[in-house]
Design a protein around this ligand. Structure first.
Ligand code: GCU
Length: 682
């Protein structure tokens, strides 16, 4: 509840009137919006709120909600209520003011828009920002695709999941109890997310069996639908062989086509509003069209045709295709080049309902990566970006690392396609340079059954910010964080300031004590992706190489002398990365192989001294976290306070392990002393 003094100025709603047919349809997001408003307003304002329908009397304490169509058929949309957000899917418009002759209103472009409007109203109310005098406002998302990928396995485990076992699966089937799935859908809707692929991209074909679809997948879809969340499935390319008993999974084989056509028919029978399919193929040992001598486009189009027969389902074909047995002794080999090498020449070869899903960086969710050049290389074929809320390389939720500042940097990067302004967030918009109607955002989230969802209460800031950025990608990471703190922890200004400053320090600190200057995260890349292991980067086929030796380190990715990766960017960007003198320091070692003694532009320090200093500074920042959090004791609830205090104490310790491991490794390798005499005496 809001403090009484704030609540006194809030609109004193006592009835929520839901307009239209949808009011009576329990599965409609409009009906959900009505229930959420009644529940939310009564809890926030601490007063009874009733649910009404079109026949209910209206007063100045009534909030009327409905789609624009329901409003216009029942009472006519007032002219001031036709601003542009209502012209866009999922858009809403809210007029919180009321008088003796008019009630407060929430209008949606469609049913989901009403629900998003309801949550936007509740968000402002809960933050104490709403009064009867507040001006009307509206909003519509910039992109239609705002999805989550869960990497859940049917046995109930979650690949790279750090919040307990799967909400969806256990023992090879969908769980009986889907109460948390409903809460998850609610949570997603509250931040504007509209789709979820529920199983691991390393997919188990048995998800597609009729029993699994009928008894399991259908229930998940039915559970999430009232929140406007549609579900999709990750497919195993070899399912015709392994599940269907065919001799091949060749995408051009008639029996294979027929198998996918029938299977897709069955999927639609149980999930008529299917979101689509996500495909990881020819990647990290997964089968795919290349295994049958077919192109990636031929593989994707197989599913695209099967889906097109039914609805608006999309194929999300992952660009994460690369050879994980690369030979490091060939200086031209480069995993970073793979996405463009595999996909750029296929631009236009994919059918209309295919979207290529591109990880934000060319390697794999590292602490620092340049933006994937593939986002500048597809035009006729649509792309969407893939982020990772699960902190696979970022401390796996034993560390608090707020990632929205990183995403914000990615989204505001200018790729200069054709020499014109081409911010990533504009490319990912139907109004952008390529006018892709189906583009937007995906993120690997991997919540689990843990009561914290992600394994760390502070990690939820990432899920919140992801949803809000997918809706409005020009949002400011700090502003989103403050909003989240007010909604999740407290509206007390001291708490908001303290949580905000602590979390804003986390990504720079993590980069400081892990991998600097674009060298990648430097965690163990062979098994856990957790904890320091700079030696594990090289000497294997995974291609996350640093090429560190006694005198120099970094990947030469220039066109002139290296792998040529820099040349995959549009001309102006490529020129910046081609030259160490213009490459930003924080990506120096991503693009260049330089001596440890190479001076940095920003500080004049050598690369090795920067490594030492950044590791000490990053770890020192983390040492401040427990004390900063301790000051919030009693200002937030005790249980969550204690959980976070425990985690931050661990993080502070582990940051020292990181610092000392990485410093010791490069000190031993380079033999170069630390100017400040810290590393020398280990
Ligand atoms: C990473 C991750 C794998 C995952 C893969 C993917 O490599 O470690 O667990 O399967 O990404 O995105 O497909």
């Amino acid at each position: 509840p809001l403090p009484a003094s704030t609540a006194a100025n809030s609109p004193a709603i006592d009835t929520v009137v839901v307009l239209g047919e949808e009011a009576r349809d329990e599965t409609s997001p409009v009906a959900t919006a009505g229930r959420e408003l009644v529940d939310g307003i009564s809890k926030i304002l601490g007063r009874a709120v009733a649910l009404g329908d079109a026949s209910s009397p209206r007063t100045s304490s009534t909030l009327v909600i409905g789609t624009r169509d329901a409003f216009s058929s029942l009472e006519g949309v007032p002219s001031s209520s036709s601003p542009s957000p209502l012209d866009h899917s999922d858009g809403y418009w809210i007029d919180p003011s009321s008088s003796s002759s008019s009630s407060a209103r929430i209008l949606g472009h469609d049913a989901r828009g009403v629900l998003y409007g309801a949550f936007a109203y509740l968000s402002k109310l809960a933050q104490g920002e709403l009064s009867v005098e507040s001006a009307a406002w509206g909003s519509a998302p910039q992109a239609p695709v705002r999805w989550i990928n869960q990497w859940d396995n049917m046995d109930g485990s979650i690949e790279r999941g750090y919040g307990g076992r799967s909400l969806f699966f256990e023992g090879g089937a969908v769980r009986d109890d889907l109460a948390r799935v409903k809460e998850y859908a609610r949570l997603m809707a509250s931040v504007g997310l509209n789709g979820i692929v529920i199983n691991n991209v390393n997919a188990n074909a048995s998800l597609l069996s009729e029993a699994s679809l009928r008894d399991g997948v259908k229930r998940v879809a039915d559970t999430m639908r009232p929140y406007g969340v549609r579900i999709g499935l990750a497919l195993n390319f070899d399912a015709p062989r392994t599940l269907g008993g065919l001799a091949t999974s060749d995408p051009l084989d008639a029996a294979v086509v027929e198998w996918w056509t029938r299977t897709t028919q069955l999927v639609y029978h149980y999930v008529p509003d299917l979101l689509g399919y996500t495909i990881k193929a020819n990647s990290e040992g997964q089968p795919g069209p290349l295994s049958y001598g077919r192109t990636l486009a031929e593989g994707a189009n197989l599913f695209a045709r099967a889906l097109a027969a039914h609805g608006d389902g999309l194929v999300f074909y992952r660009a994460f295709v690369y050879d994980h047995h690369l030979r490091e002794d060939n200086p031209k080999n480069d995993r970073a080049s793979a996405a463009v090498d595999f996909f750029a020449h296929l631009d236009g070869a994919f059918l209309d309902n295919v979207v290529v899903q591109v990880k934000f960086g060319p390697i794999d969710f590292q602490v620092r990566e340049p933006v994937s050049p593939l986002l500048a290389r597809l035009r006729k074929t649509k792309a969407a970006i893939e982020f990772m809320v699960a902190q696979e390389y970022m401390g796996q939720q034993t560390h608090a690392v707020y990632l929205a500042p990183q995403w914000q940097e990615v989204l505001s990067f200018d790729l200069r396609v054709d020499g014109k302004p081409s911010l990533v967030r504009d490319i990912l918009s139907p109004a952008g340079p390529f006018a892709w109607p189906t583009t937007g955002y995906t993120a690997v989230v991997n919540v689990g059954r843990d009561t914290t969802w992600l394994g760390h209460h502070l990690a939820m800031a990432n899920l919140y910010a992801y949803g809000r950025l997918a809706w409005a990608p020009a949002s400011d990471a700090r502003a989103l964080l403050d909003e989240w703190t007010r909604l999740t922890w407290s509206t007390d200004a001291e708490v908001v300031a303290a949580v905000g400053s602590l979390l804003m320090d986390t990504w720079p600190a993590y980069e400081g004590h892990s991998g600097n200057l674009g060298i990648q995260t430097l965690c163990d890349i062979l098994y856990t992706h957790y904890g320091p292991s700079p030696a594990s980067q090289d000497g294997n086929g995974w291609g996350q190489w640093t090429r560190a030796d006694a005198t120099a380190l970094g990947m030469d990715r220039t066109v002139a002398t290296g792998t040529g990766f820099a040349g995959q960017y549009p001309r102006e960007v490529a020129a910046v990365y081609e030259d160490p003198a213009t490459t930003p320091d924080n990506l120096l070692l991503w693009f260049h192989h330089v001596p440890y003694t190479h001076p940095l532009k920003s500080s004049g320090k050598t690369v090795i001294q920067h490594f030492y200093d950044a590791h000490y500074e990053g770890a020192a920042t983390v040492q401040t976290f427990p004390a900063r959090w301790a000051r919030l004791r009693g200002k937030v609830d005790d249980a969550r306070w204690a959980h976070v205090a425990f985690k931050l104490a661990y993080q502070a310790g582990h940051a020292l392990v990181w610092r000392d491991s990485v410093c010791r490794f490069y000190h031993a390798l380079s033999g170069i002393a630390d100017d400040k005499q810290r590393v020398n005496n280990y």
